[in-house]
Design a protein around this ligand. Structure first.
Ligand code: NAI
Length: 329
């Protein structure tokens, strides 16, 4: 099987090439360009394309892929909101994804952000490099004995709850579904109670119509003054304008964001030579108690290995014509 791999970064090539010797029936060509209307035609002569969260897999692109003879779209990510599934179905193209890979990877990053903003590690790093060994502006608070509020207790939320338990925190959670794995040490409450009682709030639910702008003016108003908010899930869970107002009103001790509204043009791009015109991102970056990372929650060796092996196993399912729970329909 010949696969054209779109939007290939050096770490993608490394992780897939590491696994390829175990898959002699598969050949991959890595392409730097992402999949879109212009680049779709390059898939002529291949059996499958491998795409990512940023790829355009809309109906017109699917049509070009079909005309090029593509029979399989391998998504090397969990989300598939960028794929027109109806169009793929009509075109007879199978779509497969990687539904979960190392939930601890994202949960550990959430805790890294929480610790960073709490103990002002991002400030301390810069201060010491400038020979400023004073402690001004660096005082944090203990997580031990405080309350963590976990919104969404699926795979990543469970991992985050376990990490918080390791820190000796009391744990509140909100989810539409109560996870029995957490019964021993987590108390499920309604969202307003979670917001009003938590010292650390970490978001781990998907972005849906119900969760869009879950953190907004009203929810911020009931949060404790001095709480820490962490979002490693999806940017639009938080209304950024309301968040900025909350930060200005000294509501938050710290805010850690791996995802944020407006991140689209930034994710995985080096834009250091550009004058950016995204004003809300720039405003967020101007606050000393805000730490932003660029959607790197998934980025560990273990997760990349899991993404590569699952994607290649998905391709083998296609070759062997076997059904899979990784099919997206
Ligand atoms: P999951 O599907 O295992 O868990 C999601 C949980 O959210 C489920 O328990 C579900 O019942 C709950 N949920 C659904 N609607 C809800 C609502 N209205 N209110 C509260 N909870 C609700 O997903 P997983 O693997 O834990 O991933 C969580 C999120 O993490 C993903 O949706 C994705 O947005 C994000 N993510 C971020 C990454 C990063 O690099 N920063 C990487 C991977 C995932």
């Amino acid at each position: 099987m010949k696969i054209l791999f779109y939007d290939a970064k050096s770490y993608d090539e490394l992780s897939f090439n590491d696994q390829l010797p175990s898959y002699p029936d598969i050949e991959i060509t890595f392409l730097k360009d992402d999949l879109d209307m212009h680049s779709a035609a390059l898939s002529h002569g291949y059996d499958a394309v491998c795409a990512f969260v940023s790829s355009d897999v809309s109906a017109p692109v699917v049509k070009v892929l079909k005309d090029c003879g593509i029979k399989l779209i391998l998504l090397r990510c969990a989300g598939f909101n960028n794929v027109d599934l109806d169009a793929a179905k009509k075109a007879g193209i199978r779509v497969m994804r990687v539904p979960g890979y190392s939930p601890e990877t994202v949960a550990e990053h959430a805790m890294a952000l929480a610790l960073t903003v709490n103990r002002r590690i991002h400030k301390a790093y810069v201060k010491v490099r400038e020979n400023d060994f004073s402690l001004s502006g660096l005082m944090g608070f203990n997580f031990y004995g405080k309350t963590a509020g976990i919104v969404g207790t699926g795979k990543i939320g469970v991992a985050m709850a376990r990490i918080c338990r390791g820190f000796g925190m009391n744990i509140l959670a909100y989810d539409v579904y109560h996870n029995p794995e957490l019964a021993d040490f987590v108390t499920y409450v309604e969202l307003p109670e979670l917001f009003s009682k938590s010292d650390l709030i970490s978001l781990h639910c998907p972005l849906t119509d119900d969760t869009y702008h879950l953190v907004n003016k009203d929810s911020i108003a009931i949060m404790k003054t001095g709480t820490i908010l962490i979002n490693t899930s999806r940017g639009a869970l938080v209304n950024t304008t309301d968040l900025i107002e909350g930060i200005r009103a000294h509501k938050f001790f710290g805010v850690g964001l791996d995802v944020y509204e407006e991140e689209g043009d930034n994710v995985f791009e080096d834009r250091s030579d550009e004058i950016l015109n995204h004003s809300t991102t720039a405003r967020l970056l101007s606050f000393p108690n805000v730490m932003i990372t660029s959607h790197q929650g998934f980025f560990t060796r273990e997760a990349l290995e899991a993404i590569a092996t699952t994607s290649l196993d998905n391709a083998m399912c296609y070759i062997n014509n076997t059904p899979s729970c990784n099919d997206v329909e």
